[in-house]
Each structure stands twice: as structure tokens, then as C-alpha cells.
Design a protein around this ligand. Structure first.
Ligand SMILES: [Zn+2]
Length: 340
């Protein structure tokens, strides 16, 4: 019913509570559209998107809560505030401290009660200014994120960088041709990268140890609590064909609005990995929970395919792993020097 309400086609034979092929196809179409992993299954992330997708601004009172209210109504609010120059941070549909700050600033400017609540008065003010018709959705520049990159001295020194090795603990991630685990290889890459960045004067933190597997929100929380400048998550790609190989990177994007700094870094990452002989599988915008929940510019990188015997060999060789980690380090260095 919810998918139908959102305009996705559910065939007659599936109505009345039957999860058939048609429903699965509708789930896949929805996932594709929202930048989720497209698997046709209604897991936690998809369920949350389904619930949030139907909220319109004005459906409820929006305010800062400890868990952070989420939904498309928040997304519209952020787009409106951003477009007006009240930067509400990452365009993530989560009512966090920055959104609250931007809202209070906006209210102050319009001489409305500065209560940080989107109630009737604030809605009327937004309406009066007819932002929504003029804006459409999500034209907002992401000024704070950009500032985060260009303020302070250029270069890696002094930057707080959170590095997230994928999987871990009970979850090995994808497996290589001889049972090599994605979790272990990612941890090694992350540890080498941290070492290299520390040598450049950065303060690095790993989001997990060698043997545990925190939830994605917990990993994001580590970075948020640190006030990290940058978040780099390391995974490996996989494919049923062993010939598939190359490097890809992902940045946060929701409904066509991308994190500008995230996209920039993702581009640099695949460019630098290509200089190590990797096939450039490009950068892609995704609404992965990890990219969304982190408040700073974030990328997820898959430098290689764990299902490619050749690339696994490279990764298991300490020199090869260092080459890959060095490419990531160069991308981060360029990111902090480019500044544009
Ligand atoms: Zn993975």
C-alpha cells in the first residue's frame, strides 16, 4: 500500500498482502530511486526510507530531539534554509543540531519566535516567501561542509580523520577465491592508511578494532563525536565473475543532491587508485546509511574486487596493500590542497 501510495506499480495479484515478484520489482524500483542498495528486500534501511518518504513539510512539528527526527519534510526544510543562506549542514533529512541552528537563525531574521520548532508560524513564513515553488527540491548549497574543507591551514596536518574498516567480528564481509575475508583486508588497509596519515600530522581514529563489528550508526557516531573533518570507509567490491576488477568510490547523494566535497574526494580517490593500475570504476552518489549519518564529508571506497584473484594477491602482499593505501593518502592530500 505504501509503495502504491508513492506511485510504484504493485500488480493486482500482490494486493491484499502477498509479497510476490511484482512487489519485489516495486521495492527494487524504489531502492534504485532512493539510492539504496538494490536487493528487493525490505530491510531496516528500506523500511525507514518507505516511512520517511511519505512525510510532507507541515505533517508534524519538527524540532531537535535526541535521536534526530528524519524524513522528507526535514529534507525540504534543509533545502529551503540552505537556499536562503542559512546553512543547515549535510542535506541528509535528519533534524540535527546544525539544522536547528540554521532554523533559529532564520527565525531571528524574520522576527519569529526563535524556538527552533517548525510550527505553524514558521511554516507560514516559509510559505509566504514561496520558497518551495521557487526551489523545487534540494537546490541548497552545502556551505558549512565546504567551509569545513577550506577553513584552517591547507594540508593534512591537524585534520581529524575517521577511518572505517568495513565489516569485522562475526561478519567477514565478502570472501575471496580462497576464503580471504573482506573484513581482514579492509582492517589492514585502514591501519596502513592511518599510519601514513599520522605521519602527515593528521589525527586518525579507526571506527572498530580488529575483531569487532559495530553497527553502521555506531561507526558514524564515532566520527560525529570526534568532530572529525573527514570520514573514509573502506570496503571491497565483489562480483560473481572473477574477471571483474577495479576501484570505485561512493559519496552521499539523496534525490539528486550530492555532497559536493564528498563527490570531489570520491573523484580524487578513484583517480589516484587508477595510477596504481586499477581500472577506474568511477565515483557514484549513494544514500547509504553510513554516508548519511556522518555529519562530515564522507566517502566509501572499494579499491579492489575481493573476487578477483589478481587483486586479492595484490592486497595480501604488504607492498601492494601499501600502494593502495598510499593512493588513498594522496587523494586526501589533494583534497585538502585543492581547496576549490
Ligand atoms: Zn563490504
Amino acid at each position: 500500500m505504501r509503495l502504491e501510495g508513492l506511485g510504484y506499480h504493485v500488480p493486482a495479484e500482490d494486493r491484499g498482502g502477498f509479497f510476490g515478484e511484482g512487489t519485489e520489482a516495486a521495492v527494487r524500483a524504489f531502492q534504485q530511486r532512493r539510492g539504496l542498495a538494490v536487493d528487493g528486500k525490505v530491510g531496516a534501511a528500506t523500511l525507514r526510507e518507505l516511512e520517511e518518504n511519505s512525510l510532507k513539510l507541515g505533517d508534524r512539528l519538527l524540532r531537535l530531539t535526541s535521536s534526530g527526527m528524519r524524513g522528507d519534510d526535514v529534507l525540504v526544510l534543509q533545502a529551503s534554509l540552505n537556499a536562503l543562506g542559512f546553512s543547515s549542514g549535510k542535506h541528509d533529512g535528519i533534524f540535527g543540531p546544525r539544522t536547528a541552528e540554521a532554523l533559529v537563525e532564520f527565525q531571528g531574521n524574520l522576527a519569529i519566535d526563535e524556538d527552533g520548532i517548525v510550527g505553524p508560524e514558521t511554516l507560514r513564513a516559509l510559505d509566504r516567501l514561496r520558497y518551495f515553488s521557487r526551489l523545487g527540491m534540494g537546490t541548497g548549497p552545502r556551505t558549512r561542509e565546504r567551509l569545513a574543507r577550506t577553513s584552517g591551514p591547507p594540508g593534512i596536518a591537524g585534520k581529524v580523520i575517521a577511518i572505517d574498516p568495513g565489516h569485522g567480528g562475526e561478519d567477514p564481509g565478502e570472501l575471496g577465491p580462497s576464503g580471504e575475508s573482506e573484513a581482514e583486508i579492509c582492517f589492514t588497509l585502514a591501519a596502513i592508511l592511518a599510519l601514513l596519515l599520522d605521519q602527515d600530522g593528521a589525527e586518525t581514529t579507526l571506527t572498530r578494532g580488529p575483531h569487532n563489528d559495530p553497527l553502521e550508526v555506531e561507526r558514524a557516531e564515532v566520527a560525529n563525536d570526534l568532530g572529525a573533518d573527514l570520514f573514509v570507509s573502506i570496503h571491497l567490491n565483489s562480483h560473481s565473475h572473477s574477471q571483474a576488477e577495479g576501484a570505485a568510490a561512493y559519496f552521499y547523494e539523496m534525490q539528486g543532491v550530492a555532497s559536493e566535497p564528498g563527490e570531489h574526494l570520491a573523484d580524487l580517490v578513484v583517480e589516484e587508485l587508477a595510477t596504481t593500475g586499477r581500472v577506474n570504476c568511477r565515483s557514484h552518489g549513494k544514500a547509504y546509511p553510513l554516508l548519511r549519518e556522518t555529519r562530515m564529508p564522507a566517502v566509501m571506497v572499494e579499491p579492489c574486487f575481493i573476487t578477483s584473484p589478481e587483486e586479492v594477491k595484490l592486497l595480501l602482499d604488504p607492498e601492494g596493500a601499501t600502494r593502495i593505501a598510499s593512493a588513498l593518502r594522496r587523494a586526501i592530500a589533494r583534497y585538502y590542497l585543492d581547496g576549490s
